[in-house]
Write a protein that binds this ligand. Sequence first.
Ligand code: ADP
Ligand code: MG
Length: 566
Amino acid sequence: MKTSEDLRELLERIDHRGYPAYKDIRGRYQFRGYVLSVDHVQGDPFASPSKVSVEVPGKISGFPQSLYETPGRRIGLQDELLRQFGRQAERAAFKAKGSGKSGLISVSRPGQEILERSACEIRPDKGDILLRMEVGLPANGRTINSREAIKIFFDLIPACVQKSLYYRSLDGGRLEKIAELADDQAYIRRMLSEKGLCAFVADGAVLPRESGISQKPMRGAVAFKAPESLAVTMNLPYGGNIRGMGIPKGVTLIVGGGYHGKSTLLEALERGVYQHIMGDGREYVITDDTAVKIRAEDGRSIQGVDISMFINGLPNGKDTKHFETEDASGSTSQAANVIEAMEAGSRVFLIDEDTSATNFMIRDELMQSVVSRESEPITPYIDRLRELYENYGISSIIVAGSSGSYFHKADHIIQMRQYIPEEITDFAKAKAAEYPLKMDKAPACKAPSFDRKPKGVKERPGDRTKIKVLGKDSIQLNRENIDLRYVEQLVDSEQLMALGYLLNYAQKHFMDGQRSMTQIVDELTNILSKNGLGKICESSYLPSGLAMPRKQEILACFNRYRKLNV
Ligand code: ADP
Ligand code: MG
């Protein structure tokens, strides 16, 4: 391997030359204590920055193995090291000067959730750390400025590495706490199924966020407190006894006056499929990690989905066992979202009345007597949710502010009163008995079939794959836009980037008309666990900005791909 001195010489040699001469520095260099690798060199100072990575061997970084010995601990430590490095990089950025992006040093910026990311990987056996960053190689105009580049590679990056990737530079007590939190969270997650719960929300949790654009905790919020009847105590491996609200499997209704915190609770549950960082307020809000938010999504594309459980006998005679549309209505989109989530193996549906299609949720008595069952294609969710639980083991947690009919169907009813939950099941059931539900019987239905076998779009030889991401809103794969705005459990644009690569890879290798959607995702998960994201990206270097989505979001993305050919 070349040495750092080789890199210095190379840089000195190309000083004052045209920017493309930077391409010569691609390669790996042994520095003191780590290997620096220039994986990709940008075309000019204004283009997207160069990809650089550092690898610190476990022996040198010196993290005790206990800090990364389980997947949960390892992902927690990776996340923390990335944040630490990011803090240092922010200080070092643009200390080297020049045109365009000259001097940039940056890494991924994780939010409140702890995700597995390509930006920082720790090898579970040896503790070797791999950290991927982006660097703007310095230039004046378009002329290489080696003196500033040397500053980056020989002063700034080494200082970042030293201050953030060596155990001795960090607060060991804090790292210990992060590892313990990871264990405690994993423990609660395991206990959910043991105790027959869909979710757990600890006393003292802070659910509301600072604002619509910030996921930081709200200051001065009312702390969560479980009602006695739903209280569950868990004995955490490190955190001692923790009390909180256990939401049992089955059908749970969250009711309450407007503005009393219903949607805030549901949103916390949506995000509870992920782990949260220390200080977030939702560290101990843990939801079954297959839970899916189900909402209406007018305008989405639906490709060959069997929505006959909810929709039958459309006036245009369209087949609802193999339903296709480029522009779904509120109810058909929500029906497809349910069926697709079933296919993705979800055990809990999270539904907010605010984001649902009314005619999908409910049909009141008066409407039933005016518009007869025969001329109504929709069997509303209220007529199917017991069946979903009893036949398929899928629980529903529903926020309902206005339709009392659901009282009849619920196992548990929680009222939010000034942000504090109370269980009102008995009271509400007694009231409901005074208003019997006169619903005509829902037609029987068969289990939806999941037999779609998509074929991918064939590429022409020489086509280069283009993947672009627009925040958390959408992916563009070769100019085809995939709208993911309403896939609400995507929490980071890096997950969308990974989805772009996954879809591209699946389309090329697995969408051959032979495999079902779930088989395709299983193949992908297989590759990911054996070969990692690198294999999926099919490039000589791994992009720094990828974060792992769940199986549910992978399928959600594929299902919204308008070129899905089934
Ligand atoms: P609902 O869905 O019942 O109408 P929301 O969940 O939208 O109510 O909450 C209404 C407002 O109250 C939001 O602005 C939210 O941030 C705030 N809020 C929610 N929970 C709390 C809490 N525990 N403490 C303080 N404010 C809260
Ligand atoms: Mg609401």
